[in-house]
Design a protein around this ligand. Structure first.
Ligand code: IPE
Ligand code: IPE
Ligand code: MG
Length: 238
């Protein structure tokens, strides 16, 4: 059998650099976030062409609340507008939308919209878009552990049966495969609390492009580099 060049099935993206993109133009940071939101459609719609079945995007971290109240509320408004404005297009394009992260801290209007678009697109299957909103990898593992502990306390789970396949069932991502490739834009080479558990064997690509400039062509270049990588998962190549 020949090795068919296989692309990543699940790509996760840390969409970074919106603020700097705006600053370079002498414009407010929020303008960069708006430009970033417009870029999402192009990348999501490119996924089926490149064989990518799952795309997960980091939109707001559990640490992003530290930003000014104006930026945080501007982002929350942007998320609502994104859902309202993109819903029909996402439906038409066969995109199934899911959210990961802790919804408790989000306002009710936004939570209702998130639930609405998840239900609206639940029968789509062309590409799976997961939006990480108020998401932190450590927070996710902590919340998962809480639920696991409840199951133990209630006698539904034997602590002796807990293994590395148990915890993922409690994570927000329990229905998703692990990411094969994690891309971070804007030149920063760090994870910033994204998909900590799930990315144990992901390949990483750190690109200098700021997120609002990350075009389909840039995406294709990154995917091509992934094709040249040798994923061994701790083993040795035959
Ligand atoms: C990423 O862009 C989007 C969010 C974190 C919401 P940034 O806002 O972090 O942009 P930079 O890093 O300041 O340029
Ligand atoms: C990570 O970017 C979060 C998102 C892209 C939503 P940040 O800009 O918040 O990360 P740091 O602060 O540079 O690590
Ligand atoms: Mg940033």
């Amino acid at each position: 059998m020949t090795d068919a060049p296989t692309g990543p099935r699940h790509v996760a993206i840390i969409m970074d650099g919106n603020g700097r993109w705006a600053q370079q133009r002498g414009r407010p940071r929020l303008l960069g976030h708006r430009a970033g939101a417009r870029r999402v459609r192009e990348i999501v719609e490119a996924c089926p062409d490149f064989g990518v079945e799952y795309v997960t995007i980091f939109a707001f971290s559990t640490e992003n609340w530290k930003r000014t109240q104006a930026e945080v509320s501007g982002l929350m408004t942007l998320f609502r507008r994104y859902i309202e404005g993109e819903a029909q297009n996402l439906l038409k394009e066969g995109v199934r939308v899911r959210f990961i992260g802790d919804r408790v801290r989000l306002d009710k209007k936004l939570r209702d919209l998130m639930h609405w678009i998840e239900a609206l697109t639940a029968h789509n299957a062309k590409v799976n878009l997961t939006i990480a909103l108020n998401y932190g990898g450590r927070d996710e593992v902590a919340r998962a552990t809480k639920r696991l502990a409840r199951d133990v306390a209630a006698g539904r789970l034997d602590p002796e049966d807990v293994c590395d396949e148990t915890l993922p069932r409690y994570l927000d991502t329990h229905v998703l495969p692990d990411p094969d490739l994690v891309i971070r834009t804007s030149g920063e080479a760090r994870i910033s609390n994204f998909l900590l558990w799930q990315s144990a064997y992901a390949e990483y690509e750190f690109v200098d492009t700021l997120w609002p400039d990350f075009t389909r062509a840039r995406f294709e270049e990154v995917l091509a580099r992934y094709g040249g990588r040798d994923r061994r998962f701790g083993g040795v190549r035959a």
